[in-house]
Ligand binder design. Structure first.
Ligand code: APR
Length: 320
């Protein structure tokens, strides 16, 4: 059986890490695409030269032309600019929207059957625009945010409780921004909800709220430390989990920025919700029950995403 083909649009910090992880996990042959000449070629060669040491078989190549992504099974998009200290994800909107227009046209022409995962920020608005620009079915275009935000939450909780990260599950919904909604009721240590752990004295409600806030600020914390860019290891790992679920038809339940067509009372938008990812792309959107507080936080987050989508429509009237 021929290997799968994974195309990475953007060969920067996240793109390079994606290529390395996809190689190590033998997910398929990998094409890195970027407008910067030499960067995708250099990263592809460097990673290929690590394959004998790590013992993985994959063809890696770099390109500056969209023809190279032809027939890709999975396309992961990181093209665009990352934020610098003091910038919000929303500050990237105008410049990255133009990038999405080019990328969408490239995917439409050369990889219309791919499962597309968008990482470029501001995420929810960019994946919404990318689906429109590419014209691909909405179940085949999804945004990576919830897996990353949930992973940050899980890591902070595992540290706090001094337990394995493997036994912490966590759910973060809503937009990928300051209004994201970490759901403590649905987050657990080995099945015990955080709300019960507070009652059991594992931590105070105040401490839990601090961890929730650190999760919301997780991206900014990394930006302020790195100073020259934003996070890339955890974002890449998160998108690879989504790609793997699609390629292996694992049907994992993952929080992703997904197209909503009536679910949660919303339509024609993208926002972070739990979905099932399998060979059919986004196979199911799971509608969970929210209490009044959670619903209020979710609505606020949806409103923030909607503001960005409206801004996209103003900049590019073809999207309206
Ligand atoms: N087409 C293709 N590639 C592009 C384009 C374009 N129009 N514009 C920029 N790029 C490339 C850049 O040349 C660069 O190599 O996108 C790459 C982005 O890489 P980095 O600057 O290293 O950014 P990275 O950390 O990988 O983040 C990329 O993901 O998480 C988000 O906020 C982050 O939007 C940012 C994106």
């Amino acid at each position: 059986m021929a290997r799968n083909k994974i195309a990475l649009i953007g060969a920067g910090q996240i793109g390079g890490t994606l290529a390395h992880l996809a190689g190590l996990k033998e997910l398929g042959d990998i094409v890195l695409f970027d407008i910067a000449e030499g960067t995708p070629q250099g990263k592809a060669l460097d990673i290929a030269e690590s394959s004998p040491v790590d013992g993985f078989d994959a063809k890696l190549s770099g390109a500056n032309s969209y023809e190279a992504i032809a027939g890709a099974d999975v396309v992961i998009v990181t093209a665009g600019v990352p934020r610098k200290p003091g910038m919000s994800r929303d500050d990237l909107l105008e410049i990255n929207l133009k990038v999405m227009e080019q990328v969408g046209a490239g995917i439409k022409k050369h990889a219309p059957d791919a499962f597309v995962i968008c990482i470029t920020n501001p995420l929810d608005a960019m994946v919404w625009a990318l689906q429109k620009f590419s014209g691909l079915p909405s179940n085949k275009v999804v945004g990576m945010a919830g897996v990353l935000d949930s992973s940050r939450f899980r890591y902070f909780l595992a540290e706090e409780f001094n337990v394995s990260v493997e036994d912490v599950t966590a759910f973060v919904l809503g937009g990928h921004g300051d209004t994201m909604v970490p759901l403590t009721r649905y987050s657990t240590v080995a099945g015990i909800p955080l709300t019960d752990l507070v009652k059991m004295g594992w931590c105070t409600a105040e401490r839990l709220e601090q961890i929730v806030q650190r999760t919301r600020d997780g991206g900014a914390e990394i930006v302020s430390l790195l100073k020259t860019g934003s996070a890339f290891y955890a974002p890449a790992a998160s998108a690879i989990a989504m790609a793997e679920s699609y390629l292996k038809d694992k049907k994992r339940v993952l929080p992703c920025a997904a197209h909503l067509a009536g679910e949660y009372g919303l339509s024609n938008t993208y926002v972070g919700v739990p979905v099932v990812i399998g060979a059919g792309g986004v196979e199911r959107v799971i509608e969970i029950d929210m209490n009044n507080d959670e619903k209020a936080m979710f609505d606020k987050s949806v409103a923030a995403v909607d503001g960005l989508i409206q801004a996209c429509k103003k900049i590019q009237p073809a999207l309206a």
